[in-house]
Design a protein around this ligand. Structure first.
Ligand code: ZN
Length: 225
């Protein structure tokens, strides 16, 4: 279960993160859901979930999927903290574009030592959010709840603030940036057509832009007005 550095193995960390992510989205961490998120066969999920339950990191409730135990949740948040600090460091200090940091962080989050992460966080002034707007868990494992509506769901006429964006698709992140849909900006939904495409106005400018429904679903917002 532990590697040479006294840490959980990469695959264990990925499982805990996947259960955490499904839980945050309010979805059941079923075998099928985990297999899909982790891109593995359902048969290998069953074995791993059983082992993680034996190690006290997961509790498995029949038909209701896997849940993180207190120590499982703590480990998941440690990996997520590493991931988000690395993403922030790569953009802020090394000048990476925001669409290129997720894949790097997916690899480095398993390798970086606590000391390196602490040094990166310190150099960044202990940031609270990563470049995609996701909250960074503290060293103590506290994390701000981040349950927002997606831009695809808000009512026509609503003024919203972009809070976060999905960090996984490089193409989508480039499109969001080109549209100006980045955390912190305000946007008004002017229209939604029958295919789900939105017409929006961003910030002070009254220039209208079109956002495809699939892209809007990856932009998380809070309604301002
Ligand atoms: Zn990421």
């Amino acid at each position: 279960m532990l590697n040479d550095a006294g840490r959980l193995s990469r695959s264990v960390e990925d499982y805990l993160k996947a259960v955490y992510a499904l839980d945050v989205r309010g979805e059941t961490a079923s075998t099928t859901a985990l297999a899909e998120v982790l891109d593995v066969q359902p048969s290998s999920v069953t074995g791993m979930v059983k082992r993680l339950a034996e190690w006290g990191l997961l509790a498995h409730v029949p038909y209701r999927g896997a849940h993180l135990t207190e120590s499982g949740r703590r480990e998941a948040l440690r990996v997520i903290r590493r991931h988000r600090i690395i993403e922030t460091y790569l953009t802020e200090v090394l000048g990476y574009p925001w669409e290129e940091v997720h894949d790097e962080a997916e690899r480095l989050e398993h390798a970086a030592s606590d000391r390196l992460i602490a040094a990166m966080a310190h150099a960044l002034g202990d940031p609270s959010h990563d470049p995609h707007g996701a909250p960074i868990p503290t060293v103590e494992g506290k994390v701000e709840p981040a349950t927002f509506d997606s831009l695809a769901e808000v009512a026509v006429g609503a003024l919203v603030e972009v809070k976060a964006v999905d960090d996984k698709g490089a193409t989508e992140l480039r499109e969001m940036e080109a549209l100006g849909l980045v955390p912190g900006v305000e946007a008004r939904v002017v229209e939604r057509d029958e295919r789900g495409s939105l017409t929006i106005e961003i910030g002070e400018s009254d220039r209208r832009r079109t956002v495809e429904g699939a892209l809007a679903a990856l932009v998380y917002v809070a309604v301002v007005d």
